[in-house]
Design a protein. Structure first.
Length: 361
């Protein structure tokens, strides 16, 4: 029997979001119904509202969530009602050419629920990143629901579903930060701070946080930054080189995603260093670099999509690190809000006042 619940809907491009009654079907084969307990307010949701992802309005927003499995369809991958899960927006199929080559994080056929959620009048909703978790209940593919230790608080655990995983994975999975490495992270929002935490946990001996906001730089030290650079009045490339004996860092992570910060990350690397871009750029942006520098400096230029993660492997690991107090997920949570406060949370996010607002249901 379908479920009528409240959800946050972006009905038109650029219009304020609204809480509406939506209809969530019972799970079919390979699907699970999740009772959402918490969902972070991520910049990607704002991109959906602004029409920057696609124009498939109306959208059911929210994707950074944790909750409890309420019902399962056939072939639910061993999940049962009552399981505590983090929802992933990537669910490797296991059969595409990338999965078969042992690279499931690049899956070309990631799974989502087959049935749509709708408005009361039957209008299909486009679920943000195939999740739509700014809602009391949501329907996802079974492979998207990753079972984790229920001791993890939902407002903290849910953040692993997107921003924390993206940043942590950019350092650990994509950048392959190891013991004794030097790392610079440009941009100390939620993703950047997660990259700092990942680099610190991986054993980096020096983690340099770069931002234009002193408050964010102060916060970055809580996640493991050993040094900070305010690039508003300082050349960040020269500052990073000065903190690394003139050489530059082994891994530079751009968590902003604009041409200026990309070029800064490129130039602050040591010889043969790695650049990891995890900040999502505007499609119209372009970067111009001297070809001789690309050739002579060597190293690797990488993009990190969802932290190159495998959710079934990485989500439980991050939860374990949180429960053992090695990863302070609670420090990412600036405020807890209700469903009808998402629009105001978008404004605070745009003003740079929060790391994460989290909807708690």
């Amino acid at each position: 029997m379908p479920h009528e619940v409240r959800g946050v809907v972006a009905a038109k491009k650029g219009a304020p979001v609204e809480v509406q009654t939506i209809v969530v079907p019972d799970p079919g084969p390979g699907e699970v119904l999740v009772s959402v307990q918490a969902c972070g307010v991520c910049h990607t949701d704002l991109h959906y509202r602004e029409g920057a992802i696609s124009d498939d309005f109306p959208f059911l927003l929210g994707h950074e969530a944790a909750g409890t499995v309420e019902a399962v369809g056939a072939d639910a991958g061993g999940l049962v009602p009552g399981d505590y899960v983090i929802i992933a927006w990537r669910a490797p199929c296991g059969t595409c050419r990338s999965c078969l080559r042992g690279r499931p994080w690049y899956c070309f056929d990631s799974r989502n629920a087959a049935q749509p959620m709708t408005l009361l009048d039957g209008t299909p909703l486009s679920a943000a990143l195939g999740i739509g978790a700014f809602a009391e209940k949501t329907l996802v593919a079974a492979g998207q629901a990753v079972k984790v230790d229920p001791a993890a608080r939902p407002e903290a655990a849910g953040l692993i579903g997107c921003g924390v995983m993206a940043g942590y994975g950019a350092a650990v999975n994509t950048g392959n930060v190891g013991r004794g490495d030097t790392v610079a992270v440009i941009g100390c929002g939620g993703v950047g701070c997660a990259a700092i935490a990942g680099a610190s946990l991986a054993g980096a001996r020096r983690v340099i946080a770069v931002d234009i906001d002193d408050a964010k730089l102060d916060g970055a030290t809580r996640f493991g930054a050993t040094h900070t650079v305010n690039s508003r009045g300082t050349d960040p490339v020269e500052a990073v080189r000065g903190l690394t004996g003139g050489f530059g860092v082994d891994v530079a992570i751009d968590a902003v995603g604009i041409p200026e910060t990309y070029k800064q990350a490129f130039s602050m690397r040591d010889h043969a260093g790695v650049l990891v871009q995890v900040g999502v750029p505007d499609p119209a942006m372009a970067v111009e670099l001297p070809l001789i520098d690309l050739f002579s400096r060597g190293g690797a230029l990488k993009s990190s999509w969802y932290g190159d993660c495998l959710p079934t492997r990485d989500f439980p690991l991050l939860v374990d690190q949180y429960l053992s107090r090695r990863l302070d997920l609670g420090a990412f949570v600036t405020e807890k809000i209700a469903l009808d406060e998402v629009e105001e949370a978008f404004a605070r996010m745009q003003r740079g006042e929060v790391l994460r607002s989290v909807v708690v249901l």
